[in-house]
Design a protein around this ligand. Structure first.
Ligand SMILES: [Zn+2]
Length: 164
């Protein structure tokens, strides 16, 4: 039997190591950070990719308020191997980058984010190699995929990785 990853555990580890701005919220009873492996991503618009997030901004509830950030990843990534872990971390870091932007512009969370800005956050945090692996995997699955964020080549250039 093949082993599977615990996506919530990986999200928490990535937060603890790289996203101090999110860790502050994790222990709040009003903030919910969740992760799921799914057969099909929840939005029809994103069927070409491997992971998406759904964000419910703070809204008044029975408690004081509630805020949800959910990450959905294709379940082909739940099989435990080193490459899948790298791809998961890269993808999760990208989705968490969106949350960083939501926090920066609380009133504008209906406006689609600039995907390159999100990728920049991931690279600045030192997770560029992981992001690159995630993007390479997206391209392997869908060779005609149009990247709204950086292409694998652009990331490689930013990381200054010399190719032979
Ligand atoms: Zn994105």
């Amino acid at each position: 039997m093949s082993q599977s990853f615990n996506i919530k555990k990986i999200i928490d580890l990535v937060c603890k190591k790289y996203f101090s701005e999110i860790v502050r919220h994790i222990d709040s009873p009003y903030f919910h950070l969740e992760g799921y492996f799914v057969d099909r991503l929840p939005s029809e618009d994103f069927q070409d990719t491997i992971m998406v997030h759904v964000y419910t901004p703070p809204w008044i509830s029975e408690k004081e308020y509630d805020e949800y950030f959910r990450i959905y990843a294709l379940d082909v990534l739940q099989q435990q191997n080193k490459r899948n872990l790298t791809i998961l971390i890269g993808g999760i870091a990208h989705e968490l980058g969106h949350f960083v932007l939501y926090r920066k512009s609380r009133l504008e969370c209906s406006i689609p984010h600039d995907e390159r800005l999100v990728d920049d956050i991931v690279i600045e945090k030192g997770l560029g190699e992981y992001l690159l692996e995630a993007k390479e995997y997206i391209r392997e699955r869908r060779p005609d995929y149009t990247f709204n964020g950086y292409t694998p080549e652009e990331i490689r250039e930013k990381l200054n990785v010399v190719q032979f």
